[in-house]
Structure formats: C-alpha cells, structure tokens
Design a protein around this ligand. Structure first.
Ligand code: IPM
Ligand code: MG
Length: 365
C-alpha cells in the first residue's frame, strides 16, 4: 500500500531521530511491500527562523493532507535561545499546541513499558519493579488549562495572571471512551485520575467517566486523586493498566511514568482525532544539549513510527515487527548512552543514533 507521511523533523535532536525512524519505515516498506512518501513540514524553532512564526497555515494544510504525521521534537534551550525572547504565542511550543488544536488531536496515548533488558536503568528498587510494568497513559490533549482563556494584567498595582481550566462533558466523554476502548484491548483496567476533592472540572470528569464506564462492564475502573497517583507511580507502578486523565495532569504524570521505565528516550506517543489520522512523536523533548552529536536515542521515535503503522495504517504485523526488532537489539546488548547501565557490563555495547537505526533495520523480518 501507499502512504503519505508528513514529517516534522523540528529542532534539537529532532532531525537526527526522525532520520532513523524513516530508515526503519523504509525497511518495513521493502520487507512488506509498502511505499511511504514523505513531505517535510516546518514547525517549531526552525519555522520561526524561516518564516517568523512557529507554524504557518501552509504547514497545517500539509499536515492535514497527509495520512499521518511523524514528528521529532521542537524547541530549544529556554534560558538561552532567542526563540524564548518572543511573545508566548510565537514561541516553538505554540506551534505544537496550534497543530494539536487545528487537527483536533484530543487523544494522546503514551505507553510506558519496562523492558526486561533495561531493568538496570530503572531508578526503582527491585522489590518495587517486581514483574515489571506496562501502562498506557491516555491524556486529554485539546482542553483544560492549555487552551483556556489566559491573561496577565495589573490590578490595583499588583501583577496578576489567570489561566482557566475548562472541560465540557462531551470533551470528557470522548476521551473516556477512548480510554475504555484501549483498556478492552489490554488488561481491562482504567484508573481515572483527577482532583475531585478540589476542582469542579474534576467532579464533572468523575461523573462522566462513571457514565461511560457503564457501557464497559468488563473493565474494572477506579478513581484516583492526582497527588496520590504521582505517589503510586513510584510506589507500585505494576498496579496500572490505563491511566485516563486531563491535559495538565497527563503532561506531568507521563513524564514521571517515562522516568520509571529508565529513559524518556524509549517512550513513544500518538495523538489521535476521531479519524485514522494521527501525529506521532517521541515523548521526550528536543534535548538541545546533545543535538548534533549523534548520540541521541532514536528508539522512542522509531516506536512512534510503529504506533503510526498500527493506529493510522492498520498495519499490525508491521508494527509488531518493528517492536520486536527493538526488543531484539536490546537483547543483543546495544545501548545508546541514556540507557547504558551504570556499572560495568561486558555484554553491553555503546552505540550512537545512526548505528541504533541500522541495527534495528537489520532485525526487521
Ligand atoms: C509534551 C510537552 C508539551 C506539552 C510542550 C512542549 C508544550 O511537554 O508533549 O508533553 O506540555 O504538552
Ligand atoms: Mg510534557
């Protein structure tokens, strides 16, 4: 089959990791008889440099015209990069938020999985790791604090800033349904995370989730307060299957969940709307400190490409093959610097970004 893929290489390590994901897709194409066509799309700091804005209307149109979009990362060093001297709506991140909103990408899936081979990179003690863990964070991505009204003004001589957290029941219902649907394909457990002891938006969240749950009698579900969830993620991560939560809580909890897997360099993500279209990006950032050195871990981006095969193109077999190749390369002892064990281990070899891509390609059968 033929597929049109929009490619947002972006800033920092983005272009390096995206190059490896394309290598892997091309290998999948060669083995399974598909052709992937790529169209470069500017977004983030590189777009600011070229056009003055982080995302142009042409870029949005190009993304919309694709079957799916593969993204590296955007943004730079917030302390030193001139991009952060610009007003907030012209900074790199504003491009990403605008793209999510324009394409209605309300469902963000962030799997966090502990590979047997990477147990040593996990910062948790063995008795907490137990049999490992495998969870899916389902984060609402187009509502809440990120998209509420905001302003900063002086009131009676005092600088005052306001951000608003709004959700309506329809926004909650559609993400909750996605969460329960995914749970049905996994271990059939949903933990809905909120702050219902304080926030109205969370009380509505809870009520709607309970209504949706009635349609999924096979799924066990529970409510958990977000502060408790932050604690439970390091105390007993094995208890979670699907974590369903709103935008801001999901932003924070997904970084935490990624760290307990050992490295954010391993974590993929998919942002979906209600069609087959999706935006696929690693959970990690642009890592400007290591950009251009050829040492970044491309696995999160490669696994994001696998999610694209699975969710946008319905190519499950091909997605399995990529995931299996990643597992195999880790079994064979190859590591980028971020997942190298701390103690000496002669069965492990340090490699760079491009070698990691090559070795994964070699293992795609
Ligand atoms: C993420 C990132 C973004 C977010 C930033 C870059 C705006 O942290 O995808 O988690 O907060 O959503
Ligand atoms: Mg984040």
């Amino acid at each position: 089959m033929e597929f049109q893929i929009g490619v947002i290489a972006g800033d920092g390590i983005g272009p390096e990791v995206v190059a490896e994901a394309k290598k892997v897709l091309n290998k999948v194409g060669a083995v399974y008889g598909h052709s992937f066509h790529y169209k470069s799309i500017l977004m983030g700091g590189c777009s600011i440099d070229a056009t003055g804005v982080p995302l142009t209307d042409e870029a949005i149109a190009a993304a919309k015209a694709s079957d799916a979009v593969l993204m590296g990362s955007i943004g730079g060093n917030t302390q030193t990069s001139p991009w952060y001297q610009l007003p907030p709506q012209l900074r790199p991140e504003a491009g990403l938020l605008k793209l999510r909103k324009s394409l209605n990408l309300f469902a963000n899936l962030r799997p966090a999985y502990l590979y047997e081979e990477l147990k040593e990179a996990c910062p948790l003690r063995d008795n907490i790791i137990g049999d490992g863990f495998d969870m899916m964070i389902m984060r609402e991505l187009t509502g809440g604090l990120y998209f509420g009204e905001r302003k900063t003004e002086e009131i009676d001589g005092v600088m005052t800033a306001v951000d608003t957290l709004t959700y309506n029941e329809n926004e909650i219902r559609r993400i909750a349904k996605r969460g329960f649907d995914i749970a049905m394909k996994r271990r059939k457990k949903v933990t809905s995370v909120d702050k219902a002891n304080v926030l109205d938006s969370s009380r509505l969240w809870r009520k709607v989730v309970e209504e949706v749950a009635e349609d999924y009698p096979e799924v066990a579900y529970e409510h958990m307060l977000v502060d408790n969830c932050a604690m439970q993620l390091v105390k007993n991560p094995g208890q979670f299957d699907v974590i369903l939560t709103e935008n801001m809580f999901g932003d924070i909890l997904s970084d935490e969940a990624s760290m307990v897997t050992g490295s954010i360099g391993m974590l993929s993500s998919a942002s979906l709307n209600d069609t087959k279209f999706g935006l696929y990006e690693p959970s990690g950032g642009s890592a400007p400190d290591i950009a251009g050195k050829g040492i970044a871990n491309p696995i999160a981006t490669i696994l994001s490409a696998a999610m694209m095969l699975r969710y946008s193109f319905d190519l499950d077999k091909e997605a399995d093959a990529v995931e299996e190749a990643v597992r195999q390369v880790l079994k064979d002892g190859y590591r980028t610097i971020d997942i190298m064990p701390q103690n000496e281990n002669e069965n492990v070899t340090l490699i760079g970004t491009a070698k990691m891509g090559d070795f994964i390609c070699e293992r795609i059968k």
